[in-house]
Design a binder for this molecule. Sequence first.
Ligand code: AVI
Length: 313
Amino acid sequence: MSAVTERPSALLSDALAGLTAPRKTLPCKWLYDAEGTRLFEAITRLPEYYPTRTEIRILDQHGPEIARAVGPGAVVVEFGPGDGVKAVQLLEALEAPRAYLPVDIAAEWLDQVAERVEAASPTLPVRPVVADFTRPFDLPAHGGGSAARLGFFSGSTIGNFEPAEAVAFLARARTTLGPGGRLLLGADLVKGEAVLEAAYDDSAGVTAAFNLNLLTRLNREAGADFDIGGFLHKARWNPARERVEMHLVARHAQSVRLGGQTIRFAAGESIHTESSHKYRAEGLRALAAAAGWRDAAMWTDPDRLFSVWLLQG
Ligand code: AVI
């Protein structure tokens, strides 16, 4: 008996559950293997993908105001630091930050982030925390005494959670950050459909490659036999739920073997691979309030594409 049939990997069991459901889905967290991470970083530099550069601009233009609102001596806890570029930007804007704690499940990314931040701020203590921040976890003692913690959750990653999961994350973050904790949160805003769909279906095909890479990953890591050319990337704005959905659509009827099962696809049937929720200011305030945050200040760009929030407990 092979290891796979004895104890299915988390990827295989998630894929089997999602692909045998009446509406086929795959959890978006599996988009990020090494190739998916590389492709996502390429997405953040695309002309159509406005969120990253707009958030960076907001942090740049409103940095002094944000720093005043945060006050001196914060211990910065970043949930999912990515490449660490925004951490460097934030730490430079803040007054005398006391320590930086990047939190991620992937230890190898944390090393890169730590190197980048240490190079930019050689005297700042950096303490990487390997943890899945979508579940409860403890922060190590940070050497900051009783300094209040500032959480940082950028890039509108909150938008990849379902609304109930977003509230649960925000509530857990309050607990993790402790008394006096604040959260600096990036959230993408509702806007015209054409801008949104172009951001998730760029002309160079990078987002399509990012989405299709999930099938390549299933073939390689879960022993599936997807014909990658048999599927098409689709991004569509769902106005009722105010989210962009990414789908992989079967170009023709086909079947795929996975974990000893046959998964059948009708022509045009889709696998829903990601939702990216967009917010209105009142909606984000309601989410924060439902998670127990009492106060929320917002900064945005002149075109109101993106928002950065400071939540206070
Ligand atoms: C990581 N996350 C916030 C991105 C987003 O915009 O939802 C992932 C992404 N998917 C397609 N393009 C970017």
